[in-house]
Design a protein around this ligand. Sequence first.
Ligand SMILES: [Zn+2]
Length: 299
Amino acid sequence: MKCAIRLTKNICDIAVISDDGDFAFAGCFFLPESYAEFLPLLCQEISKADPSGHIHTIGVSLAANFSPASGQIDCPAFPLLHGQRLKADLQAALNRKILIANPAQMLANYAYRKREYSNAHQIFSLYLDDEVLSGQMVHGKLLFGANGLAGNWGHIALPWPVDFELEARECGCGRSGCLGAFVSRAALTQEYHLLTEKTVAAEEIFSQSAKGDIIAESAVQIFEDRLARGLAMVINLCDPDIILLSGRMSHYDRLLVNIPRKWPGYIAGRIPETRLIAPFPSEEDVKKACLFGAAMLAE
Ligand SMILES: [Zn+2]
């Protein structure tokens, strides 16, 4: 039996997964307002999930940037956890070993171990949602790096910018022009607002573009071009076999066609063989795969 927790901005999911890969327990609760309330609630749910206390390690999927060593969260947009030393606090509260990784890392872990991608030497995984989170896996091993920053793609500047493109794109890190500030859900809304002065959710912009709205299509094309440039840089640097997209900004088949078409313009020498995949087409798929990936991290 393995135990996994998935923390997103509103909900905490908890699962116990049997050795056969079935859900032996699945529960969730809405996150409370304060961190002091959160820890006892989580302890309560973990005792329901594992009443005998036989599970010694828990994998936690966390949709935020954090230090893998201390577990300190760096995510102002997630005020409940921002600045908290989640790993140490969970270990003390639950009396179990805690392993934390972000959803991009958990999904790469799941894809490598459970799906048809186990022959990939290197996977670059990108979670595009409210947060832009990423991870790198080499020969089935997640890289964390000396500073916990391996594959921290969201805080690299958008490559090959046109004039003034990097300006007025504030990122949570305090700089302007980071990739995360161009390809998140909010970034597409911002782009559309620049064109129309209307505030529209990213999903609606994709939907309008599919119905033939020229302005929405233009915003989506700008998003695709920036994502393609950012991923071309990954191929130039790491040359992964697979780039795995996930999160609500990845649920569109057009990305898998349009983005690789743009790569040859940014990659010297040849058409890359890197495969762009988005194997988790719904939020439910992402949730299950994150929990499995987290449980497998705890193996
Ligand atoms: Zn940044």
